[in-house]
Write a new protein. Sequence first.
Length: 277
Amino acid sequence: MSQEVKVCVLFGFGINCDRETAAVFEMVGGVSERVHVNRLVQGERTLSEFDILAVPGGFSFGDHLGSGRLLGNRLRFALREQLQQFVTDGKPIIGICNGFQALVKTGLLPGPANASLEPDLIQRASLTLNNTGRYEDRWVTLEFDPQSPCIWTRNIQRIECPVRHGEGRFVMPTEQDLDNLDNSHLLTVRYVDPTTPAGEGIQDELLSFPMSPNGSMRNIAGICDATGLVFGLMPHPEAFYSMWLHPEHTSMDLGENWEGEGLQIFRNAVEYVRSQR
């Protein structure tokens, strides 16, 4: 059986991080193809051709009616059955920044509480305006739940990563909704205070700015669904594929350690697909 892992990277309508997203998958052994959303909608291509789906960052449809809203609706109504089948077939999906917003508004995230259920594409959460009232472009520190079922974040504890968004504040209707996700370890990644010891940074109490760049409930930076296959986050791990991209790289003794901390997220997905064959 072929070990080639085919990655569908969406582009079109203002998605603008597709090339770097495709590149990082190639760097970890995937075979990326940038596919215009309309080619899937019009039936020229199908998701079944691919092993991984990536919805990159950008400003899809100009963020009209809210970030990710129109792209989310286009995916939910035009590709509903294909998306449901993709997850049912055990194939990973990632949404980064605007892609995360789209997956939340599509209803793929957080999805049903039971991993055995087919994705119902019902919206249960949202990503809304940063509580600073402005666009934020800065580096943050992230910490990952080691008990999360997320296949994308295995063996990752803490990384630094850039954020670039104006609507990154994760919200849900009630605290009980958040408790349900937390109890299932679906609050996969949180913003943390970089001065805390690694493994001890996650907290529910809202961090001050800029440690939390947007005021997300419980400092949530990203979540996964109950299957662990669908993962979304506001920070941009594809933008930290090399240590040379870190803002303090000139003061670091890198030696031959060039790989950026964000690259492991994409490697995990490619290795997962290979492990299932």
